[in-house]
Design a protein around this ligand. Structure first.
Ligand code: AMP
Ligand code: MG
Length: 412
């Protein structure tokens, strides 16, 4: 058996980042930057008011209440035409540039506006309600590094700094197919004897969509070498990566081994992990190929351990794996000391702030319902044959569940 870490190293070593392209921001969510974002100017670009109110000299209103003459009115998007001098103020809106001479803003709530004048009711100190130029980002600062993925907030940063077509790695296209004579489409009304509906293609499609990659759905292929060959060639031709499920376990390996040897170089691995021990990886021509096992939980685990990091690497992302946090097991578990074991668990915070991991059901690699209820894989390393209830365990978070129903908010 190949240690998991070695298998991951071999996969990542065979995957190269895709070429950089310039994309409109609206098309770049989730993609990794291929250039650093360096601020070419301060953000905000000019000192401006943080409140609707009156720009003043703080020293002038120290003895509030005082009455000041209002020189002009500056809405956001306009610029002051005169400076603030002692005895005077300028009416200013949030985001409008600070006038010369002014060093503070008195919020409108602390004033009594009159005609051509304003009564300042509360004094302010220098700098109050003023946002200095460069407060957010100073000119010259590296705000985002190459390899960081664009999140909604980072798209906003790029936009603010004028990077409207950032250099990113292009979005990969991934071809997905299911294999097996027993596998039929999910809209099959009457399951024939021995048939099951295709789960894997939809688990994979969803996971790929979450990652922001494009999907080419190649459907279901029976255990037929000629048909499989045609579909794999199509995938290799039209996509950046081909992923199949099923047909890589010992029983079926002979059917595809020969075929894959003709199409490229694909190796069949036994990885020291549970589930997802059988796994095929290699190239169809120049296109990376991932042959995942057929069992639905194995598909999800192999996706997380091999395909997702490989795709993120291809997308040029620096960080490839899901975050791991420590939690405590709610119950004892028995595991295979020869393998890295991924247990399906739900994760809930306890009253003392610790994360508690509970098994979501039976741990067979066919138990899709336990996968569906899981927030994390509890990772039990090689060399450990089991853990007691209360033991610390690493949790690889595959989702963060939403919190608080409408009823909890409205009744609370
Ligand atoms: P295999 O790896 O092809 O030997 O398949 C292992 C197990 O996974 C078998 O019980 C298959 O019936 C099941 N399986 C294979 N493909 C799928 C699929 N697309 N959806 C659900 N179960 C599947
Ligand atoms: Mg099969």
């Amino acid at each position: 058996m190949r240690p998991l870490r070695d298998a991951q190293r071999d996969v990542l070593g065979a995957i190269a980042p895709l070429e950089p392209v310039r994309l409109e921001l609206a098309a770049a969510n989730g993609l990794a930057l291929a250039e650093p974002i360096v601020a070419l100017h301060d953000l905000p670009p000019f000192a401006n008011s943080a409140m609707d109110g009156y720009a003043v000299q703080a020293a002038d209103v120290a003895e509030a209440p005082v009455t000041l003459q209002v020189l002009e009115d500056v809405p956001a998007g306009s610029v002051p035409t005169v400076a603030v001098t002692p005895g005077n103020a300028i009416k200013i809106m949030t985001g409008a540039p600070m006038p010369n001479g002014a060093d503070a803003v008195v919020p409108v709530e602390d004033t009594e506006p009159g005609t051509g004048e304003v009564r300042i009711l509360v004094g302010v100190s220098t700098g109050t309600s003023v946002r200095p130029a460069g407060e957010d980002v100073a000119a010259g600062a590296v705000v985002l590094e190459a390899g960081e993925r664009l999140t909604p907030a980072r798209l906003g940063v790029c936009a603010s700094l004028g990077y409207h077509r950032p250099l990113v790695r292009r979005r990969p296209k991934v071809a997905v197919l299911s294999t097996g004579d027993e596998v039929v489409p999910p809209d099959t009304e009457e399951l024939g004897p021995g048939k099951i509906r295709d789960a894997n293609r939809f688990t994979l499609r969803g996971a790929l969509q979450d990652l922001g990659v494009d999907v080419l759905d190649l459907g279901i292929v029976g255990d037929d070498a000629a048909e499989l060959r045609e579909r794999l060639e199509q995938g290799a031709d039209q996509a950046d990566v081909v992923v199949s499920s099923g047909g890589v376990s010992m029983g079926e390996y002979d059917l595809v081994k020969h075929l894959l040897a003709e199409l490229g170089s694909v190796e069949f691995w036994k990885v020291a992990m549970k589930p997802a021990k059988p796994f095929a990886f290699g190239q169809l021509g120049k296109t990376p190929f991932f042959g995942l096992p057929g069992n639905p939980v194995s598909v999800a685990v192999a996706f997380e351990q091999f395909l997702r990091p490989a795709l993120l690497h291809m997308m040029g992302a620096s960080y490839l794996f899901r975050p791991r946090v420590w939690g405590v097991l709610a119950e004892p578990v028995v595991t295979d000391p020869e393998k890295t074991v991924f247990l399906r668990v739900s994760v809930r915070p306890s009253d003392d702030g610790r994360l508690v991991a509970s098994l979501t059901g039976a741990q067979g690699s066919n138990i899709l319902s336990a996968l569906a209820a899981a927030d994390a894989f509890a990772v039990v390393p090689v060399g450990i044959a089991g853990l007691d209830a209360g033991a610390l365990v690493e949790l690889e978070m595959i989702q963060m569940p939403e919190a608080r129903t409408a009823a909890e908010v409205t009744d609370g």
